[in-house]
Design a protein around this ligand. Sequence first.
Ligand code: NAD
Length: 370
Amino acid sequence: MPVSVAALKERAPGEGRVALVPEVVTKLVSDGYSVMIESGAGETAFFPDSAYKKAGAKVVSLAEALKATIVLAVNRPPATTLSKIGKGQVLIGQLDSLADAKELEAAAKKGVSILSLDRLPRQVSRAQSMDVLSSQASIAGYRAVIVAAEAYSRYFPMMMTAAGTARPAKVLVLGAGVAGLQAIGTAKRLGAQVSGYDVRPAAREEVSSMGAQFLTTSVESAVGEGGYARALTKEETATQQKELATQIAKFDIVITTAKVPGKKAPVLVQKETVAAMGPGSVLVDLAASAGGGNVVGSAPGKRVVTKGGVTIIGGDMLASEMANAASFGFAKNLSTVVESIVKEGEIVLDPEDEVTTALLIGAAAKGAKK
Ligand code: NAD
């Protein structure tokens, strides 16, 4: 019997992505899997049911999809759906397990093998093709520049016309990780004058190698575990906010991408800093969340214009806004995980495999050797 794999329709508000795309279905079918897709799952990403059928998938109901041996999802399925996945089945997705794993642990106790991609050991080279954080951050970084350019009422490049010369836009990218570097590259390609900033010293060379200026503050190095940034101390935060404030007013566009794994995103742009920016300036906050992001005044999914004429865009769903490309990357990442845990038609969660054990949640993970 071939191993069955099914992708569920996403139900989170504003979510446009889907965990499988037709091209990946074709590959899985040719590798011997039986593939199912919940009806309508790909619609918001412009993949109609007919495209999945053509690729070799069976289009099924939610109830049918939940019977698959391996269930794929972009986000954690709602509790009612999760409760229908049972012993011996596998659930794979970006399941937000670092913030709150209780529900997932309860399912794991029941015998569901749950692999959450937010736990991926990204430094392991074999894990890079499974890295949804990178594939989605890269799309979000690109999209941030596109939405900023759309909201900005002047040119990005220098424009010489018979009516005069327009100066290029000045763009600052705060946080130069995967999303930030993609934003820097995209803004450069649009012809803007670009600067980047980060607290990881390694980012300095990466920003410069892309032809952007590196902005400095006296908080020169804040590296934590696994090469990520660490949370700054109170004093460092105050220094950083103060020194950035004097710089930010000189820019037309500011894109913020700063995050610290497992912690609240740092506040980089305060209310007074926003007020000091010129009318027509644009801020895009990729860290926007209900609990606050990098910019005071940003709200998830919202676009607000301040009294001073500064547009603040909450960019938490930017990858989903490019649902077709984002789903393609997501599905490729997920299928690599699937292929890594199926050996000769059987699910094998190898306790010696550092990637599998890192992804697994709950009892199964505890029993596994690191
Ligand atoms: P992230 O989304 O956690 O954070 C985004 C950026 O914000 C990071 O560059 C971080 O340094 C920066 N940041 C955090 N706090 C800040 C502050 N107070 N001020 C300014 N900047 C701040 O990070 P990410 O983009 O997922 O990746 C970051 C790191 O992980 C990089 O070193 C990247 O090269 C590395 N990485 C490695 C692999 C791999 O080894 N395969 C894969 C992906 C990422």
